[in-house]
Each structure stands twice: as structure tokens, then as C-alpha cells.
Ligand binder design. Structure first.
Ligand SMILES: Nc1nc2c(ncn2[C@@H]2O[C@H](COP(=O)(O)OP(=O)(O)OP(=O)(O)O)[C@@H](O)[C@H]2O)c(=O)[nH]1
Length: 375
């Protein structure tokens, strides 16, 4: 893995126009330092524009290496007026095609060409590429993140030539440092956002699982309690009818004993599915109350319709054909009320449970309606 080949200290040779240099670096630094994530792309391109402004360069660009260093891609580009850009063509370029350039930047962190025609045959395809882009002079410096080479920042002169100085190299290294820091900061921000997003999704999933019955996928007892409390408060506030339907599989223990728990589970899943097809109006909640008991909460219910629906459920359960000799039925209790202030969840449950118990007592495979409160 290529690391930093030079000491991070700056060259000490006499530099060019120090004031201009300082202004440029401070302008680029100001642009990048507070650049928000959404504008980072734009700001990095602006930084490249500042680097090349005043005809000092014709093209300035950033390349990133793939993690395995097999390819490199031009991720940002600025071009001087009238100069053709090449960013779109320079994506996923195999580094072995540009071996001469890649090995130099990897080993030295710097690649300087004052005159493309001075490049020898060892430059191979890299030289042809410079000629194709009509580059006269070019220079690139490595970009490092935590001592690891991740790309480079470079600049070209098109159809003209220069003798690059220490000053130019120093400038480009500073700009490369600022750009790579900006990229790193934004990548860290993006990772953080992604992690936060995943965490929120995982929490939402956990919250959902905590309210879901694993076998039937229905709301479980915990979810039911929450939903029932919510609907009870609403019914009290609005003085609206609230109905509860309890559904209990008949002789379920016998089903388990004779056909095994797998069939028992299938019966529970099938009854749950039937209930879900009949009670899916907004606000209606079908829950597994426990064992072989289900509870349906129906806000703003119309009792006659509920009785009709319950009867359909009863008949459909009876028609279940899960095994040649297995017949299934359910006993149901219905309780409809306009809850008075102070009514509790438990008192509602006692009423509907009593109705379901009555259905068992009266022969099973039937619906009993809690006598009080029904309209
Ligand atoms: N297969 C299966 N059985 C369960 C599950 N949860 C509870 N049971 C069984 O359900 C049975 C409930 O039986 P009981 O409460 O005696 O009710 P029953 O046999 O239906 O009798 P009645 O309600 O009076 O008709 C018990 O044997 C529990 O072991 C489950 O998730 N899967």
C-alpha cells in the first residue's frame, strides 16, 4: 500500500511571490474549510479554479485511486477558458496503462513534466495520453489520508510549457492537502449520516419487532395494550363507540395433541389471516392476545356490521382444510361500548373475555355479545 514518500515538511527554497501565494492559499482554505457537504463538490472545483486562475494553469484536477490501486478516476476538474475538459473520459483508467506515472507518484509523491517531448519511451502510454490532450507541461502531487496514497492533484499547461519551480510544487502540495482534508471530512460526515440512518432504521425495526407476534405477524400483546389505550382515550374524548372482539380457537389443546404443534401453528396462522382480511379498516387492530386467543379492536364501530363480519370469520374458519380430518372452529365474544371517563383497558378486556367465555359455555363455534352497552 503506497504511503507518504516525503517528509511532510515544506521545501525551504526561496519561493516566488510570497504575498500572492499566501493570498491564494488563504482564499482556497476559506473556500474549503467550512464547505458544507452539499456544496463540497462545487467548492473543490472552485478551489481548483483559484489554483489555475490568471492563466497560470490550463487544467487543474483531482484523481482518486480505487482502494486496490487497479484504477484511477478523475473526480474534479477545472479548465481554463477555451480548454477542453477530459474528466468524463478519464474514469476507471487502469493504473497499469499509466504505469510510468503511477509508479512515480506512488514512490515519490510527485510527478513533474516540464516539456512532454522530453519524456522518454519508458513513459509509454502515459506520454501518448499527454500528447492526445495536447499537454505541454504537467505536474501532480499525491493526496494522502492517514499516510495512505488515495489520489493526486495535478495541473496541465496546454500547448505551452513551463519550468515548474519549488514554489509551484509547494503550492500544489498545500492545495492537495486542503482538498484531501475536505474530501476526508465529507466522507466521514457521509459515513456518519449513513450510520445514523441505519441506526434509525434498526431502531424502528426493533420497535416494530417488539410489537409483533413472531408466529402470525399480528400485533402482539404489548402492541395491543398500546393500541387499545390509544383508542380508549380517543373514544372517551370523542364519546364514540369502541368495540372489542375476542376470538378463541376451540379445543386447541386437542388439535395440538392429535395433530402436533406444527398443525397447531398452522391453525393459528390461518385464523390470523382470516381475521386480517375482515378487519382492515383504518384504526382496526388485529392482535394475538395470547396462546390461541385473538383480539380485534374496532374504533367507531357499527355493531350490526361487526356481528356480520364476525359471522363471516366464524364460517371461514369452519371451512379451513388444513388436514383431512381436522375441523377448526372459533368461539367469539363481542363487546361494544361508549366508554365513560375513567374506563380502563382491563375493564374492557374483562367484559369481552366474559362474552367469549359465554360462547364456550353455550356450545362453542358461536358469537356471544356482552349484553350491557350494546346498541
Ligand atoms: N401450536 C401452538 N400451541 C400453542 C401456542 N401457544 C399456546 N398454545 C397451546 O394452546 C393451548 C390452549 O389450550 P386451552 O387454553 O386449554 O384451550 P382449548 O384447548 O382451545 O380449549 P377451549 O378454549 O376451552 O376450547 C395450550 O395447549 C397451549 O400449549 C402456539 O404458539 N402454538
Amino acid at each position: 500500500m503506497p504511503g507518504m514518500p516525503w517528509e511532510p515538511s515544506l521545501p525551504t527554497s526561496k519561493l516566488g511571490d510570497d504575498a500572492d501565494f499566501g493570498l491564494l492559499i488563504s482564499a482556497i482554505s476559506t473556500k474549503l474549510i467550512n464547505s458544507p457537504l452539499a456544496q463540497s463538490h462545487h467548492h473543490i472545483e472552485e478551489a481548483l479554479a483559484l489554483l489555475g486562475r490568471g492563466d497560470r494553469k490550463d487544467r487543474c484536477y483531482v484523481f482518486r485511486f480505487s482502494d486496490d490501486y487497479h484504477t484511477m478516476s478523475n473526480t474534479y476538474e477545472w479548465t481554463n477558458e477555451g480548454i477542453q475538459g477530459h474528466q468524463h473520459e478519464l474514469q476507471n483508467i487502469p493504473t497499469r496503462r499509466m504505469a510510468y506515472f503511477y509508479e512515480t507518484i506512488r514512490d515519490q509523491g510527485l510527478f513533474v513534466v516540464n516539456n512532454v517531448h522530453e519524456l522518454g519511451s519508458e513513459a509509454g502510454e502515459f506520454r501518448s495520453e499527454l500528447v492526445r490532450e495536447q499537454i505541454g507541461s504537467m505536474m501532480a502531487v499525491g493526496m494522502y489520508l492517514e499516510q495512505r496514497l488515495v489520489g493526486f492533484v495535478g495541473c496541465d499547461l496546454v500547448n505551452r510549457y513551463t519550468e515548474w519551480t519549488d514554489w509551484d510544487i509547494r503550492q500544489l502540495r498545500l492545495v492537495a492537502d486542503m482538498i484531501v482534508n475536505t474530501i476526508a471530512r465529507h466522507e466521514a460526515e457521509q459515513r456518519l449520516r449513513l450510520t445514523e440512518q441505519k441506526l434509525l432504521e434498526a431502531n424502528a425495526k426493533l420497535a416494530q419487532l417488539a410489537r409483533e407476534d413472531g408466529l402470525t405477524g399480528l400485533v402482539n400483546r404489548r402492541g395491543l395494550d398500546e393500541a387499545l389505550d390509544f383508542e380508549l382515550r380517543r373514544a372517551i374524548r370523542g364519546q364514540q363507540q369502541l368495540a372489542l372482539l375476542m376470538v378463541d380457537v376451540d379445543f386447541f389443546k386437542g388439535i395440538n395433541d392429535h395433530y402436533g404443534h406444527v398443525y397447531g401453528d398452522e391453525v393459528l396462522t390461518a385464523v390470523a389471516a382470516i381475521l386480517q382480511t375482515h378487519f382492515k379498516r383504518s384504526g382496526e387492530v388485529v392482535a394475538r392476545f395470547g396462546g390461541d386467543e385473538f383480539l380485534v379492536v374496532c374504533p367507531q364501530a357499527i355493531p350490526s356490521e361487526l356481528v356480520e363480519q364476525a359471522e363471516k370469520v366464524r364460517l371461514q374458519v369452519q371451512q379451513l382444510k388444513l388436514h383431512d380430518t381436522l375441523s377448526v372452529s372459533v368461539s367469539m365474544g363481542l363487546y361494544v361500548t361508549i366508554p365513560a371517563p375513567g374506563t380502563t383497558r382491563d375493564s374492557l378486556l374483562r367484559q369481552v373475555d366474559a362474552a367469549a367465555y359465554q360462547a364456550k359455555q353455550n356450545g362453542r363455534n358461536r358469537l356471544e355479545i356482552a349484553p350491557l352497552h350494546i346498541k
